[in-house]
Write a protein that binds this ligand. Sequence first.
Ligand SMILES: Nc1ncnc2c1ncn2[C@@H]1O[C@H](COP(=O)(O)OS(=O)(=O)O)[C@@H](OP(=O)(O)O)[C@H]1O
Length: 300
Amino acid sequence: MTHLSNYGNDRLGVYTFVNLANFVQSWTNLKLRTLPPLQLAHKYFDLFPEQRDPLWQNPCDDKRHRDIWSKEKTCDRLPKFLVIGPQKTGTTALYLFLIMHPSIISNSPSPKTFEEVQFFNRNNYHRGIDWYMEFFPVPSNVTTDFLFEKSANYFHSEEAPKRAASLIPKAKIITILIDPSDRAYSWYQHQRSHKDPAALKFTFYQVITAGHHASAELKALQKKCLIPGWYATHIGRWLAYFPPYQLLIIDGQQLRNDPAIIMDEVQKFLGVTPHYNYSEALTLHGKTDFIFFEIKPSAL
Ligand SMILES: Nc1ncnc2c1ncn2[C@@H]1O[C@H](COP(=O)(O)OS(=O)(=O)O)[C@@H](OP(=O)(O)O)[C@H]1O
């Protein structure tokens, strides 16, 4: 985009390239050849395969980019923080608590990806940032409104940290951890309840103890079950792209037992205003397996 706008509409650019080509042709033995645009693109990506995967940056971070971007567009429709998972640690509970806050606004749900946008980890990324920003409202107050997105598979994604850091480098990152064996078991039960044929076929014991000689199906299930639990590896990857003060690790057990204290910590970490009184707003009814709460207007 930048190159097209810089050179395509720029007469000096065309002049420079024509003369450069003439110069090379006259003074070297290099044979210059060209191809139709599509074939040229294929050729280029054959030569530089690492450049097939784009890395989107915030168009508003550079004045030159901002100047050539459409006036109808804004960069304010990007999240200020991400809840990255991992799955089965209480991310839905945290999401529901967060959206109780008057200044915290989630993305609209994606019908295709079970409500989560899953932009940074999957091929949705290739749909581009306009596609992503469509999920977010234009904030009524850029300073005080906190847009966010929860995609629980970002946590263990190889690509997500690098891509997120490129587009939203100042974003805060929230992760929840529980005992990885509890997480794995909860995930396995989740798969069974969703009638995953492999999870229905094998016991949890078989899944976690499968060795080299196990069937490909069982090994694949084991990977999906256990890999998100390699907490140090995944957090290390996020920390390679985000400074530690932008990362909040929540104890999932405490979130379950004492959500108001955790939500106070989250508010402080985000720097969100006004302070929302979760102690008043959340009325837990003794059961920890499900989320029960009442929203009290007096909480503000
Ligand atoms: N308030 C609160 N705090 C912490 N944890 C809670 C809370 N409420 C529910 N849960 C438990 O969270 C588990 C589901 O986690 P997720 O919402 O992350 O699952 S998912 O990835 O979105 O499918 C799921 O765990 P399991 O019951 O062990 O499967 C829920 O019981």
